[in-house]
Design a protein around this ligand. Structure first.
Ligand code: CP
Length: 327
């Protein structure tokens, strides 16, 4: 049985094969490949794109998807082993996950970082609990460490625009009103490294990504031939780039400048002028307009965020088919 909760669950060849399948089925959709199959989606956090794209992939191909919202539509779940369950969590994953996996053919889980530490995010406790207790494949719908389906959809979006093997891509830190998790930038860095891209990560000092993720990306880059650079200068990082990926994430150090002093990092139309004239702009969404990204980019013809969101459907259809074929 195969799970997909972290990029490293797939070999580079399998990643390429899923991307290829997604592109083929985007042009010529398959028939009822998920007939009588049930996807159970367990959400500890809200979602628009993830929920809709997984649900649509199942429903359009003869299957069914059921969303369980932990703590509202379904019981709040305890994760800790040995917990004395006298709090507001009436059900333990030790019972919940085996029950879910008796009734569904595949399980998706969304559980964001609690923002405690990179070490805690690396442990990805909720995802690991589900994997260890499930008798069917588990897919991450974003966890503390990674958002791997988003990463693959981002690669599909870039592939559709750039035929060359190694486009230059820039992951640009963006300001926000809140300290957001790093799962999306982690997955972009890992996926782009596996693809062999020329990557620049631009962020203010004190907003570093997790060291374990950077090491994993560097290992992937040795195999793929990608180049990874880090910069504290947004303008120079965007110079001549072909892909601008803006994303907000929280600080890694108590010495980092406060979010409200970093408004100059908001990507703006003028950044597009520094980039390659054929460059595209992407963002995983949701995006706070005129906080993270200026209207002038989001409303430009170079902005591909809607295609990127649609590509979640195409990637996940190919991925679910892969996982069900290997279970
Ligand atoms: N990009 C993404 O995962 O969107 P949602 O949070 O709406 O699912």
């Amino acid at each position: 049985m195969r799970h997909f909760t972290h990029l490293k669950d797939l070999t580079p060849e399998e990643i390429q094969s899923i991307l290829r399948q997604a592109r083929i089925w985007k042009t010529v959709p398959p028939d009822h490949i998920f007939l009588n199959k049930i996807l159970a989606m367990v959400f500890f956090n809200p979602s628009l794109r993830t929920r809709l794209s997984f649900e649509a992939a199942m429903l359009r191909h003869g299957g069914h998807a059921i969303a369980l919202e932990v703590g509202s539509g379904s019981w709040n779940l305890e994760i800790e082993s040995g917990a004395i369950m006298n709090s507001n969590k009436p059900e333990h994953v030790r019972e919940a996950v085996p029950v879910i996996s008796r009734l569904a053919d595949i399980v998706g889980v969304r559980s964001f970082s609690l923002g405690l530490s990179h070490e805690e995010d690396d442990r990805d406790s909720v995802i690991h609990a589900f994997k260890s207790l499930s008798s069917v494949p588990v897919i991450s719908m974003e966890s503390a460490r990674e958002h791997p389906c988003q990463g693959l959809a981002d690669m599909l979006t870039i592939q559709e625009h750039f035929e060359e093997l190694r486009p230059k891509v820039t992951l640009a830190w963006a300001p926000h009103i809140k300290s957001l998790p790093k799962a999306v930038p982690h997955s972009f860095l890992l996926s782009a490294s596996a693809m062999g891209y020329d990557i620049t990560v631009a962020h203010p000092p004190g907003y570093e990504l997790a060291t374990s993720v950077i090491k994993e990306a560097q290992n992937l880059s040795q195999r793929s031939g990608s180049r990874i650079r880090f910069s504290h200068n947004l303008d120079s990082a965007i110079q001549d780039t072909q892909v601008i990926y803006a994303k907000a994430w929280g600080p890694s150090s108590p010495l980092a400048a406060p979010l409200d002093t970093l408004t100059s990092w908001m990507t703006h139309e003028r950044h597009l002028k520094l980039a390659d004239p054929k460059s595209i702009f992407i963002h995983c969404l949701p995006v706070r307009r005129n906080v993270e990204v200026h209207d002038s980019i989001l409303d430009s013809r170079q902005c591909k965020v809607i295609d990127e969101a649609e590509n979640r459907f195409h990637i996940q259809r190919a991925l679910i088919h892969f996982l069900l074929s290997h279970s």
